[in-house]
Each structure stands twice: as C-alpha cells, then as structure tokens.
Design a protein around this ligand. Structure first.
Ligand code: ADP
Length: 246
C-alpha cells in the first residue's frame, strides 16, 4: 500500500514536557487505522499536528504522492489539501435541515447564511442525496439537525466531512455516547468511507476497534508503543501494562 501520510521523528513539548516524543508512522492510501492509548498518550496532539493546529518542534509530516511537507501550511490549507477532522462533539448547524447542512458542506466553508443566497446545482443536489444515503439519513433530509439524536448528529457531521471529499479523515472517539446499534451503524459508515480514502480513528472502546478490523497503533508517552492487529497489540505485555491492565 503506498503511503499517504508519513510522520517522521516528530516531537512537541509543552512547557518542557514532551507530549510527542520522536513519533514516526505511516498511513497508507485508503487505509483504516485505529489509534489507541492511555489518556495523555498524545493522540489529540498527534491529530493537532497533522491538521496544522500544533506545530512540532522537530520532525517531518509528509503528505501524498509528492511528499508535500504539511509543516508551514495553515489549518485551512491542510484541510484543502484533503485532510478532514471530526472532533468528538458534533458541530452541525442545529437550526438548518440535514439537507442544508450537507449542501453547505458541499459548497465549502462559507457560513450558514450562504445557503440563503445559493442556488444549488443539480450535481450538488444529487450528491446530497448520495451522502444522506451513505450516512443512513436518507429519510431525514428535511429534519432540523437540532432534532436528530446524538448518533444521527455524529453521522451528519461525518457526511459533511465526506462532502469535502478528504483523502484522509481523522475521527476522534466516534462511538462515545452511542447505543450498541448506533455504534454498529457508525462502524459501517467508517468502513465504507475507508474504501476510497484513509480513515484514522482514535478510540477507547475496544469492541468498536475490533469491529473496524484494521491495523492498530498504540501510543504511549508520545511515541508508538506497539503496532499491528488488535489481537497482536492486546497480547503485548507492554500494552497490557500501560493501558489495558489499568
Ligand atoms: P491524549 O489525547 O492521548 O489523551 P493529549 O495529546 O491530549 O493526549 O496530551 C498529551 C500530553 O500533552 C498530556 O500530558 C497533556 O497534558 C499534554 N498537553 C496537551 N496539550 C497541551 C497544551 N496545550 N499545553 C500543555 N500541555 C499539553
């Protein structure tokens, strides 16, 4: 699998404390990857670095076939380069319908008012329908996002990110606060999304990670502690000591 994202020798300190310590790893094109690890392992900081929110003190972050350096690019430039990020808390426009939320996402970052002045083209309208079907909200297009359940809002936000067609989607704890049925549906959405793009999921819920059925990277103290299948990493004594055995 050819490399889409390469993080190499990256370190970041906050007030002298090394939150990320010589971190290196690669994500392949259209790869699903789970990132796990104890609180404070550096998972959020890793995503902050890749999305340009935090600048590393050392190391390289290279993107795409042409190994473009992401360091020095703004968050907006990195998003435009094809990296989408889903935070834990859904950030949909509650007063707008599912249809409008997806349409706004397709138009790009212009603000909620833009939908009032915009005449959607046929391609965008067709794509809204496809996206709604992909996230399982095909029957909810006219509903206000604020009326959706927690799980449905999370799916809508994933749909809004997919609307921008990222080549890499970073997803922070997608299963948090979900019912078992919602978790199952979330798995299906992410597995489908990973057929055509890379998806990196930060998650604590091991059952959820198992369902993703992908390579797992265990972070600890800002570096990779173990990597491989879930069975491989969960049998690793170091992983049990620092994470699972707690
Ligand atoms: P995780 O997401 O795995 O729980 P984080 O990336 O949030 O871990 O944090 C890694 C370490 O860096 C933690 O010890 C955290 O307290 C510290 N840290 C993260 N961001 C900051 C910051 N802005 N200022 C100071 N310390 C930070």
């Amino acid at each position: 699998m050819s490399t889409l994202l390469e993080v190499s020798g990256v370190s970041v300190s906050f007030d002298g404390f090394k939150a990320i310590n010589n971190l290196s790893f690669r994500i392949g094109q259209a790869e699903m990857r789970a990132v796990i690890g104890p609180n404070g392992a550096g998972k959020t900081t890793f995503m902050d670095i890749v999305t340009g929110k935090t600048r590393p003190d050392e190391g390289r972050v290279l993107w795409g076939e042409r190994s473009l350096s992401l360091l020095g690019l703004s968050e907006a430039q990195i998003a435009r380069a094809g990296i989408g990020r889903k935070f834990q808390k859904p950030t949909v426009f509650e007063d707008q319908s599912v249809h409008e939320n997806l349409l706004m996402a397709l138009q790009g970052p212009r603000g909620p008012w833009s939908v009032l002045f915009y005449r959607p083209n046929a391609a965008h309208l067709a794509r809204v329908g496809e996206l709604a079907a992909e996230i399982g909200l095909g029957d909810h297009l006219p509903r206000k996002a604020g009326e959706l359940s927690h799980g449905q809002k999370q799916w809508l936000e994933i749909g809004m990110l997919l609307a921008q067609d990222p080549r890499l989607l970073l997803v922070d704890e997608p299963a948090a606060g979900m019912t078992p049925e919602e978790r199952e549906h979330t798995t299906a959405i992410l597995v489908e999304a990973a057929k055509t793009r890379a998806v990196v999921v930060v998650e604590h819920d091991m059952e959820f990670v198992r369902r993703l059925n992908c390579k797992v990277t265990v972070l600890h103290e800002g570096a990779v502690l173990a990597e491989g299948s879930l069975d491989h990493v969960t049998a690793d004594k170091r992983v049990i000591d620092v994470y699972l055995g707690r």
